[in-house]
Ligand binder design. Structure first.
Ligand SMILES: NC(=O)c1ccc[n+]([C@@H]2O[C@H](COP(=O)([O-])OP(=O)(O)OC[C@H]3O[C@@H](n4cnc5c(N)ncnc54)[C@H](O)[C@@H]3O)[C@@H](O)[C@H]2O)c1
Length: 434
């Protein structure tokens, strides 16, 4: 059983989310001395890396961070659960290339909801890989402490979270801190060249886009006798909207981010959508949907059609097509054709592993003193997913402005290892927009 938590933490989160839209937060932090980023120009300068969220992706990110730069050391780790820290360390220790770069003494392992602060205090670069609910607060604290950030996608589960992240990333830019996003396709060479050709006009003006993330079900952990409701939910975070933002946010964001990329990150005007749960109706699936279909409406009547599902036994289809006045791009095959079907371009180069690439570019940017900041697009793409979710949950057309200004705050009543009711599954036509 994890240690008890501070009962005021959820109220603190709510207050922080309410106030961070105010520029006052940024400017007050800027006046504090000693918060500018440290300089690590020489590769012999050690960059201390901290990991928060020691599951599958966090462990992968730690591996990539340690490989990316000769001067990186993993010095501190936090997870709500100690067993996840230990399994992560075991897995990392098996990787020969990095095993001598892991230096996490017992006193630098932190459990519970508040351990992130200790890790951020101890490191120069923090890897944020918890469920997305916690990302706004973790990003805020890292920026406040002047630390460089790798932030897994998505970066929030609600609009107050997105507004807070946007503000933190603005502040990170002012303080010269790196913020690299785990929206990894943006670091894939084949994809980069495909989108560069789209932006250079190879398909003409964009008319419509289609993307799908149709896949099978994911993992779940069986309830153990000594787990509270909260522990069960955090361990099975995918299935609780307050933790994951539903799978349109947690997984399909990769597709929506490519639509956003094609549109040069100009945001849609509105979305109308549908969704529900047909195959994952059991209690173990919490309160998330198993399918969504959303239509995003842009200026000049450009349309983006998005579908995603997590249903076992159904066809898998993860792809995106961007259609323009002169041709069509198929992003996954990195190929562009005209409307007669004649190939205009195909990527023939080699793409390095995009997860390696994002860390190599992150650390190179820190060393060069020219830190990358992906804050704006990673936040807008998260908001795009949340906008789609809002339209499906309510059954209404929701505008971008409504969604961005939404007051729906998914903070739970308390961050405590105790009982916690599951919010009802949203019902289109009944669930209100907040
Ligand atoms: N970019 C990608 O391709 C990709 C792939 C997989 C996952 N992800 C993202 O990475 C994140 C983590 O996913 P995962 O697959 O590693 O999940 P996971 O369940 O394997 O790991 C999450 C870890 O975070 C811990 N955790 C939960 N709340 C915490 C808190 N408040 N403080 C500290 N630790 C906490 C959990 O105990 C768990 O060990 C998610 O946002 C997910 O969407 C990205």
């Amino acid at each position: 059983m994890p240690a008890p938590e501070n009962k005021n933490a959820t109220q603190a989160r709510r207050d922080f989310l309410k106030t961070t839209t105010a520029a006052a937060v940024g400017s007050s932090l800027l006046t504090l001395p000693g918060l500018q980023s440290a300089v690590f120009a020489d590769s012999s300068d050690i960059l201390k890396v901290g990991l928060i969220g020691c599951g599958g992706r966090g462990t992968g990110a730690a591996n990539q961070a340690l490989k990316a730069d000769p001067g990186t050391r993993l010095v501190a780790m936090a997870d709500t659960f100690g067993d996840r820290i230990e399994s992560s360390l075991i897995n990392l220790g098996k990787i020969k290339e990095i095993s001598d770069k892991i230096d996490v003494p017992e006193e630098n392992k932190f459990t519970g909801f508040e351990g992130y602060k200790n890790v951020i205090d101890l490191c120069d670069v923090v890897l944020l890989a918890t469920p997305p609910h916690f990302r706004p607060e973790h990003i805020r604290y890292a920026v406040e402490k002047g630390k460089h950030i790798f932030a897994e996608k998505p970066v929030a589960v609600d609009a107050p979270g997105c507004r807070a992240v946007m503000e933190s990333c603005r502040l990170a830019k002012e303080k010269g801190l790196a913020v690299v996003s785990g929206l990894c396709w943006r670091y894939h060479q084949g994809m980069r060249e495909t989108f560069a050709n789209i932006h250079d006009g190879m398909i003409g003006d964009i008319v419509s886009m289609r993307c799908s993330y149709n896949t099978r079900g994911l993992w779940s952990h069986e309830r153990q006798a000594d787990w509270s409701d909260m522990e069960y939910q955090v361990r099975n975070w995918l299935y609780y909207n307050w933790l994951s933002g539903d799978h349109i946010n947690e997984q399909h964001i990769h597709s929506l981010d490519k639509m956003a990329w094609a549109m040069k990150d100009v945001t849609p005007l509105s979305a109308t959508g549908t969704g529900g749960r047909l195959t994952r109706t059991q209690e173990i699936y919490g309160n998330v949907y198993d399918h969504f279909a959303i239509e995003y409406i842009y200026e000049n009547d450009v349309r983006g059609f998005s579908r995603c599902r997590q249903q076992d036994g159904c066809a898998v289809d993860v792809n995106d097509q961007i259609v323009g006045t002169k041709g069509k791009a198929d992003t996954m095959s990195h190929e562009i054709k005209d409307h007669s079907g004649k190939r205009l371009w195909k990527f023939r180069g080699k793409s390095k592993n995009m997860y390696d690439a994002e860390h190599e570019e992150l650390f190179a940017s820190i060393r060069s003193g020219n830190p990358i900041n992906n804050g704006e697009y990673m936040t807008k793409s998260t908001m795009m997913a949340i906008l789609g979710r809002m339209s499906a949950y309510t059954g209404q057309e929701i505008t971008w402005d409504q969604a961005w200004n939404s007051q729906e705050d998914l903070t739970p009543p308390a961050y405590e290892w105790s009982s916690m009711a599951v919010a009802p599954v949203p019902m289109p036509g009944v669930t209100p927009f907040v």
